[in-house]
Ligand binder design. Structure first.
Ligand code: ADP
Ligand code: MG
Length: 478
């Protein structure tokens, strides 16, 4: 019997703001515990929350980016529960009236594209952190994170299996970074996903009972956790058991999910509108500003790279991994010979990105500037460099030997494109390799490649390969 795995994802994205959702305290990561928690964050009596306009602008930008409806009037609610890292005894969130409603995200799967429906995205504040490891027999509380602005983004149960869920999470992660609303740093917890997983028999139209797996902070763990959880549920059901709706934790060391608590229902939280905050009303101006500050979106950028720059879809995908990469590519393309654009795309996603990875640098900090990549393309186009020489020059520029022109000069890298000079070398090689010439004439095509190789070797790789081919053929067929 075939089972279908159904997944819905809830993502908590920390919004890129200097100060917190409802206070002026800093959101910078990594400060000494409790040095960035102000009177509002630690819930001293008598203080009042004030909405952070930058967080609201980020939420609006996200709404536009996924084609969602913006609720011009949304409401902050109190979600009541007790936990030591939640000093107020409630989290300020949005419940019945979120700021962003609906929208879709397109994901690319091996079998084609799929549109994932979003339910909503709402603003809320993060809780503090409980430190279980640093204090023997005690728990430490760090309230630096308390009040950090979050956008919680919820999907419909549209994803089928672990691979699709990961594709969605990766696409969302890239989009949030692209539009600049979240830094996406998963080690620091800026992007955290909960996966709701259920299974049902293929063809059923009712959803099965779900379990929610909390705080998956890497794509690998997400995939493993969903796979494990689906298998567990199938085993329970095939053994005649029932799934109880619960919240589970993924234990990465053991590769399994574990029950944490039975699932609480919304009514357990006693949601009610926060009397300290007025409804959030979005003005025309805020809407227009959010829309105007949105960069060209990844889909549009991908389309442009294919339509206007002649790249393949695969190349366009690679170059749109981040907005910085695609900006770099376009800056390099502008003014470079059009025929070389596809080559340049390969240089960026090949040797250049290898260098960036090696040095753990973002493309914004590339030691080969876009202008140098353009120069490289010009030097290939005018025949100075062969395609084979590109990587060496790129590596030399990266290593600080100078710009492209300087490296070519210093290293004497001029490609030999003089037909007379190549002809003389070809004659020498032919004279020394009578056996291969004979083989070639006897129909062994491999012998030709060996002769080309000898000519390239004799010129230390500097001979123009196209000319070598041409001249060799001419000599051998006369
Ligand atoms: P809560 O806020 O209590 O976690 P929601 O109803 O908002 O619950 O749903 C949270 C997530 O669970 C959504 O992403 C939704 O698509 C997903 N979901 C709901 N029902 C199922 C199900 N039966 N199987 C898998 N995912 C589900
Ligand atoms: Mg939930």
């Amino acid at each position: 019997m075939a089972w279908e795995i159904v997944v819905g994802i809830e993502t908590h994205a920390q919004l890129r703001t200097k100060s917190k959702m409802f206070s002026g305290a800093s959101t910078a990561f990594g400060a000494a515990p409790n040095t960035q928690a102000c009177a509002v964050d630690i819930a001293l009596p008598g203080v009042l929350p004030v909405v952070n306009a930058a967080a609201v602008a980020h939420a609006l930008r996200f709404g536009f980016a996924v084609g969602a409806a913006i609720n011009r009037r949304s409401v902050f609610a109190r979600k009541n529960y007790f936990y030591p890292d939640l000093p107020k005894g409630y989290q300020i969130s949005q419940y019945e009236m979120p700021i962003v409603a609906g929208g879709t995200l397109k994901i690319v799967l091996p079998e084609g594209e799929k549109t994932v429906r979003l339910t909503r995205a709402h603003l809320e504040e993060d809780a503090g952190k409980s430190l279980h490891e640093d204090f023997q027999g005690m728990t430490g509380i760090d309230l630096n994170r308390a009040g950090t602005p979050l956008l919680e983004i919820v999907t419909e149960p549209d994803l089928r299996g672990a691979k699709e869920a990961v594709a969605y999470a990766r696409t969302l992660h890239a989009l949030l970074r692209w539009i600049g609303v979240c830094d996406g740093n998963m080690q620091e917890g800026s992007f955290r996903c909960d996966a709701n997983v259920s299974v049902r028999k293929a063809g059923d139209d009712q959803l099965g009972t779900r379990c929610e797996i909390k705080n998956l902070n890497s794509f690998l763990f997400m995939e493993q956790a969903i796979e494990f959880e689906a298998r567990r549920q199938i085993e329970v059901l095939e053994g005649g058991g029932r799934i109880s709706q619960e919240t589970r934790l993924y234990d990465a060391d053991r590769g399994e999910t574990r029950s944490m608590r039975s699932k609480e229902d919304a009514h357990d939280y006693r949601y009610f509108p926060d009397p300290d905050l007025l409804p959030l009303v979005i003005s025309d101006e805020m809407l227009a500003q959010a829309r105007d500050s949105l960069p060209e979106l990844p889909d549009a950028r991908r389309g442009k790279l294919v339509a206007s720059y002649g790249l393949s879809h695969a190349q366009a995908d690679l170059l749109t991994a981040s907005i910085e990469t695609s900006n770099y590519a376009i800056a390099a393309f502008e003014g470079a010979p059009q025929a070389r654009w596809p080559d340049m795309a390969n240089w960026i996603s090949g040797p250049l990105s290898a260098k960036l990875n090696e040095s753990n640098l973002d493309i914004g900090a590339s030691r080969v500037a876009a202008a140098e990549l353009r120069r490289l393309a010009q030097k290939v186009e005018d025949g100075t460099l062969s395609g084979k020489m590109v990587k060496d020059v790129l590596d030399a520029v990266w290593a600080g030997e100078g710009g492209v022109d300087e490296v070519i000069g210093k290293r004497g890298l001029q490609q030999i494109s003089d037909a007379g000079a190549i002809g003389r070398i070809v004659d020498e090689v032919l004279a020394k390799n009578a056996k291969q010439v004979e083989d070639y004439r006897a129909g062994k095509d491999k012998a030709f490649n060996s002769l080309v190789g000898q000519v390239m070797k004799a010129t230390q790789g500097k001979a123009n390969p196209a000319q070598v081919n041409e001249i060799l053929k001419a000599r051998l067929t006369r």
